[in-house]
Write a protein that binds this ligand. Structure first.
Ligand code: ZN
Length: 176
């Protein structure tokens, strides 16, 4: 089976394929479960798209999704950003721990992706603050701002640039 990471598409937006920067044709859809902070689940219908150049299959990725995570991105963001005692997500402690570990291990890579995307597209990036010992998520503020939804704003360009990697480690046994 040929697997490729999902990537972001907005309905009204024409996004080129992340593999060949070619056009995409819609060839169907699949269902994807999404878990909310309350623990409630919903099912999203995700379009399957085919690159017209190399025929690779991609899946669109709405803003609420972090690739390979079952919980919506706002939950993951909440857990990464909030003190453990104040987290408001119905998930067990091992899941919360795994998300934090995932984010810590990915942060440097993701920052590198954003940096290279900024250079490629000549984007102005806010100068790095000189304040020492910033929490990992604060370092993303200069690229995507620190308002709610920042994790989705990090995921989107990285996934669209075909740079998303699926890390598997001791902390990441299954896609949670
Ligand atoms: Zn392609």
């Amino acid at each position: 089976m040929r697997r490729s990471p999902a990537f972001f598409v907005r309905c009204a937006e024409i996004v080129p394929s992340p593999c060949c920067i070619a056009s995409l044709s819609v060839i169907g859809s699949r269902k994807r479960k999404l878990v909310h902070a309350t623990g409630e689940k919903s099912v999203l219908v995700i379009r399957r798209l085919r690159c017209t150049a190399c025929r690779k299959i991609h899946h669109e990725l709405p803003d609420c999704i972090v690739p390979y995570k079952r919980y919506e991105s706002a939950c993951v963001e909440n857990v990464i950003t909030t003190e453990p005692s104040e987290v408001d997500v119905a998930a067990d402690n091992s899941t919360l721990y795994r998300w934090r570990s995932w984010f810590c291990s990915m942060a440097t890579y993701l920052l590198g992706c954003l940096e290279s995307i900024a250079i490629r597209f000549y984007l102005d990036v806010v100068k790095e603050s000189s304040a020492p010992s910033q929490a990992a998520h604060h370092r993303f503020g200069r690229y995507v701002g620190d308002a709610d939804g920042w994790l989705a704003r990090v995921v989107r360009p990285v996934a669209n640039s075909n740079l998303w990697v699926h890390t598997r480690s001791a902390f990441l046994s299954e896609a949670l």
